[in-house]
Write a protein that binds this ligand. Structure first.
Ligand SMILES: [Zn+2]
Length: 289
């Protein structure tokens, strides 16, 4: 039977990071918006390898395990090389959202540190800024959830959830005005691009474009294919610059309203045996926030 963790609905606009309401700690950091600050990428550095992004400032990565006696802790530690997986996930997020030279004008938030906190809590995972400085992020990941992952899926699922949450450490949100479904869709699009999609994900073309998570991620992948590599990076960059206004946002960026684009996407899926469902997020999905 598929795991059925507590799911977290796509957040409302302006509420990207929504920690569970049943937090087991008393000083849970406040959910916070992504920083509205601009960092100009270095212009003098040259990638050593085509796959490498230009010299992004690498954040300090920390790991905090709050209960080593929890069985999820042992599974986590035995499933991944934390140092490598964490750093690789950061690399992938920076590469996919800010890669140069095709997009020399994208600007990454000045995230200075990311602390992965493993603790017993409801749900799967969420990301917040810290009370002191929003440039410091915390990813809270449920030990109970990790403990219930099928053994064969442990490495991929942990890496996938970590990658999704790291996107929230680096993406823009149009000064808190971006639809939550687009925020979550971009996070799962990065996960999709890293070949970390769970088995239950499938491309669906029904429902609304901004249902979030993998539903929106596949739509973003369609846009990336149709309008060219870097389209999602341009979407993210536009979310840095302006408050979100649906008609202007999509028309200025891709020349037509998002409803039309989604209609094209749905039409392209017909005849390929794709599901036309998509009336809601699959209830067995491993949604994060
Ligand atoms: Zn999320």
């Amino acid at each position: 039977m598929t795991l059925r963790p507590e799911t977290t609905p796509a957040p409302q606009p302006g509420a990207i990071f929504t920690p569970p309401t049943t937090s087991s700690i008393s000083n849970t950091p406040k959910p916070s918006a992504l920083p509205d600050r601009t960092v100009t990428e270095p212009t003098t550095s040259k990638p050593e390898h085509p796959r490498d992004p230009p010299s992004f400032t690498q954040p300090k990565l920390r790991l905090e395990i709050r209960d080593l006696s929890h069985p999820g802790s042992a599974k986590f530690l035995s499933s991944i090389d934390t140092c490598t997986v964490f750093a690789d996930a950061v690399h992938n997020v920076q590469r996919l959202l800010y890669r140069c030279p095709s997009d020399p004008h994208t600007n990454a938030p000045p995230t200075r540190s990311v602390t992965l906190v493993l603790r017993d809590m409801d749900g799967v995972a969420y990301t917040t800024g810290t009370d002191l400085d929003d440039d410091h992020k915390e990813i809270h990941f449920s030990l109970s959830y990790i403990n219930n992952i099928q053994p064969a899926r442990l490495t991929a699922e942990i890496t996938g959830v970590l990658t999704h949450e790291l996107v929230h450490c680096y993406q823009w949100n149009a000064c808190n005005s971006c639809p939550g479904g687009l925020i979550e869709g971009i996070a799962d699009w990065v996960r999709l691009c890293c070949d970390l999609s769970p088995p239950h994900w499938k491309r669906e073309t029904g429902g609304d474009w901004d249902q979030g998570y993998q539903h929106t991620a596949y739509f973003l992948q369609y846009l990336e294919t149709r309008f060219g590599e870097g389209t999602v990076r341009r979407i993210n960059e536009k979310l840095r610059l302006h408050k979100y206004a649906a008609k202007a946002f999509w028309t200025e960026l891709l020349g037509r309203p998002v409803e039309q684009l989604y209609g094209d996407y749905a039409g392209a899926g017909k005849g390929k045996g794709e599901s036309q469902g998509g009336g809601g997020i699959a209830d067995d999905a491993t949604q994060t926030s």
